[in-house]
Design a protein around this ligand. Structure first.
Ligand code: AG3
Length: 281
């Protein structure tokens, strides 16, 4: 019998996955890291008892947090990823030939190293790509101190507990705004509203003072249990999330991406929010 991995994110509700083979388990400098094999989802990476990515369903999350802002914007050259240690976000951003440089700021070197070793399919070579600038540093400090500017900033964080907490503060959103080019877009991992509704409310309230257009879009990621996950969307150009499907479709064709989740129709539909999420804003 395999040992169970029991996720500890919510009280009174949880998911469990069999650890059919434990590939790595250790306390890093910042958090508790485990990588294991599961019969349904393939290799799974968890931090502090919470599933971060699995080979089986990572495509939903990584495609939606990259292609939606990049294709909505239309002329993205520079992308900044805060977090993203498994390399999935860098992999998807680098698929855009128009993207000249991806800067990724991850706080925990062990996550990068162990994911390259035990979960290579997620980064799929991204860390060897000359267009990737990997910095091992605190993302919140980085955006405070840098004088760089980016067209898209993607916050690929853990939940607002532990090292990820600073990435949900108003001061962080303000610093991100300063690092965006005109018409730039900030997107964030914003939790599963059905069980983490306050994350939507908090981010909406904290982004509001700094951006003219704050919204959310959604997708269901099976191992982020509870239904739809919310992605935060913040920019000064409100036209960017209202682009017609035909316009997105022509950019998508031009980018010749072969996706597993993303389609121009899914992109546009993702911005249509159910009432219970609207009420959190
Ligand atoms: N970071 C997002 C994990 C979210 C978990 N939260 C939850 N289940 N509500 C994923 C990192 C993948 N690159």
């Amino acid at each position: 019998m395999s040992e169970w991995f029991n996720e500890t994110l919510h009280s009174g509700y949880g998911q469990r996955l069999t650890m059919d083979k434990v590939l790595f388990r250790e306390r890093t400098e910042h958090q508790d890291l485990v990588i294991f094999e599961n019969a349904v989802f393939g290799r799974v990476m968890a931090l502090d008892g919470i599933v971060q990515t699995t080979e089986g369903d990572e495509f939903v999350y990584h495609e939606m947090l990259t292609h939606v802002p990049i294709l909505a914007h239309g002329r993205v050259k520079r992308v900044l990823i805060i977090g993203g240690g498994d390399g999935g976000m860098a992999r998807e951003a680098l698929r855009h030939a128009s993207v000249e440089q991806v800067t990724m700021v991850e706080i925990d070197r062990s996550v990068v190293d162990m994911c390259v070793k035990h979960l290579p399919s997620i980064s799929n070579g991204a860390f060897d790509n000359p267009r990737l600038d990997l910095q091992i540093a605190d993302g919140a400090k980085f955006v405070e101190e840098t004088d760089g500017k980016w067209d898209v900033i993607i916050v690929d964080s853990t939940d607002p507990i532990g090292p990820g907490e600073v990435l949900f503060r108003e001061s962080f959103y303000k610093a991100c705004k300063r690092c965006l080019t005109d018409g730039g877009i900030l997107v964030t991992q914003n939790g599963v509203p059905f069980v983490q509704g306050s994350e939507v409310t908090n981010s909406f309230d904290r982004l509001g003072p700094h951006f003219d257009d704050v919204w959310f879009y959604t997708a269901a990621v099976p191992t982020y249990q509870g239904g739809l996950m919310a992605f935060g969307w913040a920019t000064d150009d409100s036209a960017l999330r209202q682009r017609p499907v035909a316009e997105i479709a022509s950019r998508f064709a031009g980018a010749s991406l072969d996706c597993n989740y993303y389609t121009p129709e899914a992109h546009v539909a993702a911005f249509g929010l159910p009432a219970f999420i609207r009420r959190l804003m």
